[in-house]
Design a binder for this molecule. Sequence first.
Ligand SMILES: Cc1cc2nc3c(=O)[nH]c(=O)nc-3n(C[C@H](O)[C@H](O)[C@H](O)COP(=O)(O)O)c2cc1C
Length: 191
Amino acid sequence: MLAGLTAPLAAVSTRSGDRLNAQIAVAITSASIVLHRPRLIVQIYRTNFTHDLIAASGVLAVNFLSDAQLPLIWELGMRSGRDADKFETLAYSTAATGSPLIHGSFGFLDCRVVNAMDGGDMTAFLVEVIAARTNGGERMNWRDARPRLPQRWADEWDRKIAGEIDVSLETMGEIDPSPWLERTQSRQPRR
Ligand SMILES: Cc1cc2nc3c(=O)[nH]c(=O)nc-3n(C[C@H](O)[C@H](O)[C@H](O)COP(=O)(O)O)c2cc1C
């Protein structure tokens, strides 16, 4: 039943200072009924480098992937920005918040974090949409993309997710109930 509750594949990108990064995410939900004040909830695992940058900057962009961007599943979803500069070879432009917008995407939502909830292993960021654009084409869904992955990527994904489930089992009970804005604003000013 839970398998159907995922968004189309997206690259969640962000910038903190001059460091850029992006990761693949499907745990993204619409969170506003007011059409001219759109909001989303974006769930990001705390072990991800993207998480550190979003927590520091308070900004992110959701780049929904187009059907032609299959290689980004490997580039952004199976490697960490801690080990490589993912934007070294990626064409992008810069959003109003400073987040990178990946060229060739189906469309993007440029967002600012307004609050967040600690889930232990992940943070659910409530974000407001500052700007949006669709470029056309077809979106990519995980259900369609999964069978198109080269065997090596599929094997790597199975290995990676098994390790992450172990980390989640250890950390998902460790929830800090204090408000996220209080915690981050006392540490670092938001852009
Ligand atoms: C199909 C797919 C869906 C994913 N969905 C999410 C997600 O919703 N949230 C999340 O935090 N990570 C998700 N990931 C995992 C991150 O993209 C992955 O751990 C990435 O390597 C993190 O990179 P970073 O350390 O540079 O931030 C997904 C990966 C794939 C391949």
